[in-house]
Design a protein around this ligand. Structure first.
Ligand code: SAM
Length: 223
């Protein structure tokens, strides 16, 4: 299934979870038109394996609070939540129709560590702006696929990430979008761009871009 190529080993329960997700997707496809992909090989390659590419580079290790921005039918958030159950995953989309399907999947597959938000990224940012007396409820990582250019995603994800958080994007290697985003990337709002090579699909080579938001300066040690 391309898992070995990615250095991933899944349990029987995780493989069953992924198969269950694809089954529900195929059942609901007729009513909701969730994806343009029809044959099972494409569904596995594009919806499952490309989602699991976000695990490369270990940016999502541990019990991170993760947002899937514009999850659509649950990609990449649902496959990630199945394969990395310690993640605290929030799936966000402005489409009520798609989120109805996502909620059905979470309940059928008992993914109780996932939450859903029917809203725009802008609306959620507004609600999560930290107040000084409240805990910071923003995210350690934002993952997103098929939503927009690097520049657009920087502006959407910035207010949703806590300081030290990271935006993860799967993009073609040497995407011109990075150059177009250069003015924002050097503005001080973002600290670094790491690139992790991913398995090629056809003739296109892919990379996982990890773009970090500055962490607050750690307090000085007491004298
Ligand atoms: C092309 S689909 C990609 C869906 C999924 N991530 C995938 O890879 O199959 C883009 C999705 O992003 C959602 N979307 C776009 N802009 C958004 C925003 N500002 N806030 C919330 N959802 C957004 C759309 O409703 C749509 O479901």
């Amino acid at each position: 299934m391309g898992l070995r190529q990615r250095g991933l080993t899944l349990t029987e329960a995780q493989l069953d979870g992924l198969a269950g997700y694809l089954e529900l997707l195929q059942q609901w496809q007729r009513h909701l038109n969730l994806t343009g992909l029809r044959d099972i090989e494409q569904l596995v390659d594009v919806l499952i394996l490309e989602s699991l590419d976000f695990l490369q580079g270990a940016f999502l290790s541990g019990s991170k609070r993760v947002l899937d921005l514009g999850t659509g039918a649950g990609v990449p958030g649902i496959p990630l939540a199945i394969c990395q159950p310690q993640l605290d995953m929030t799936l966000l989309d402005r489409s009520q129709k798609k989120m109805l399907f996502v909620r059905r999947v979470l309940s059928r597959l008992q993914l109780s560590h996932c939450r859903t938000e029917i809203d725009t990224a802008e609306g959620l940012s507004h609600r999560l702006q930290p107040a000084s007396h409240m805990p910071d409820e923003r995210f350690d990582a934002v993952v997103t696929r098929g939503v927009g250019t690097v520049s657009h995603l920087l502006s959407l994800a910035g207010p949703l990430l806590r300081p030290g958080g990271v935006l993860l994007l799967r993009k073609p290697l040497q995407t011109p979008e990075l150059e177009a985003a250069a003015p924002v990337l050097v503005s001080g709002a973002w600290t670094e761009v790491e690139t992790v090579p991913l398995p090629a699909t056809g003739v296109v080579s892919w990379t996982l871009l990890a773009i970090a938001k500055p962490a607050p300066t750690p307090p000085l040690p007491a004298k």
